[in-house]
Design a protein around this ligand. Structure first.
Ligand SMILES: [Zn+2]
Length: 211
C-alpha cells in the first residue's frame, strides 16, 4: 500500500491514519497478523521520519499526534505478537510463552490506552476488549496474580521535558509535549523494601499466578 500523508493538513493526516487502521482491522479480523505487523512497521518508520523532519516547536499538533500514532502502531504489533502466541494450542503450558504474553499484554494495554485518549478508533476499542478477554483467561487458568512492589525513596525526580526537578515544573507525566511523552526520571533512588501485593502500580513486575 502506498500512503500519501500531508502533514501540513491535520484532517488529511488523521484521515490517512484512519484508512490504515481500517486495513489493519480487516486484516486482524481475518487473522492476517504478519501483514498487519508489516503495515505497522512501515507506519512506525514514517512516524520516526516525521518526528526527525518536523522541527521542535514548529507544529505541536503534528509532532504530538505523530508520537501517539507511533505508540499506537507499536501497540498493534504487540497485539499481533500476543495473537500469534495464544492462537497456538498448549501455549499456556509453556512457561516462557506465558511470561512473554504477560509482558506483551502489559505493554499493549499501556500503548493502546494512551493512544485511545488522543484518537478514537473501533480497532483500538476492539483490541482493549480482546486484552480483557485474554487477561480473564489468565486469571481463570492461573488464579489471581501476585506482584513485586518496591518501596522507593526518590530523592530527586527530574522532568524529561525541561530537565528540572518535576516538583517545580509545569509538565505532567503521561502528557505529550512537542512530540515527546513526559515522564519523570528518578535520580538518587533508594529502594528501601519490597512487598508482594495484589494491586501493583506496574503489573509487569509479576511474581506468580495462582499462589
Ligand atoms: Zn518539566
Amino acid at each position: 500500500m502506498t500512503l500519501q500523508i500531508n502533514i501540513n493538513n491535520q484532517y488529511s493526516f488523521k484521515d490517512s491514519i484512519a484508512d490504515v487502521l481500517d486495513i489493519c482491522y480487516t486484516n486482524l479480523k481475518n487473522g492476517y497478523t504478519q501483514e498487519t505487523k508489516q503495515q505497522c512497521a512501515i507506519m512506525i518508520n514514517l512516524c520516526k521520519n516525521i518526528l526527525k523532519t518536523v522541527p521542535s516547536n514548529y507544529n505541536d499538533f503534528i509532532r504530538n499526534y505523530t508520537l501517539v500514532f507511533g505508540i499506537m502502531f507499536r501497540g498493534i504489533i504487540d497485539f499481533c505478537d500476543i495473537c500469534n502466541i495464544t492462537h497456538k494450542t498448549k501455549w499456556n503450558e509453556d512457561h516462557k510463552k506465558i511470561e512473554k504474553t504477560w509482558v506483551l499484554m502489559c505493554d499493549c494495554n499501556d500503548r493502546i490506552a494512551l493512544s485511545i485518549d488522543y484518537y478514537e478508533s473501533s480497532l483500538l476499542n476492539w483490541i482493549l476488549c480482546e486484552m480483557t478477554t485474554i487477561k480473564n483467561e489468565f486469571n481463570n487458568a492461573f488464579g489471581n496474580s501476585l506482584y513485586f512492589s518496591p518501596e522507593i525513596i526518590n530523592i530527586k525526580p527530574k522532568c524529561n521535558i525541561c530537565q528540572l526537578d518535576c516538583r517545580a515544573c509545569i509538565h505532567l507525566a503521561g502528557n505529550i509535549y512537542d512530540g515527546k511523552l513526559c515522564r519523570f526520571i528518578p535520580e538518587d533512588v533508594s529502594v528501601v523494601s519490597t512487598s508482594i501485593v495484589f494491586e501493583p502500580c506496574d503489573p509487569v513486575v509479576e511474581f506468580g499466578h495462582g499462589i
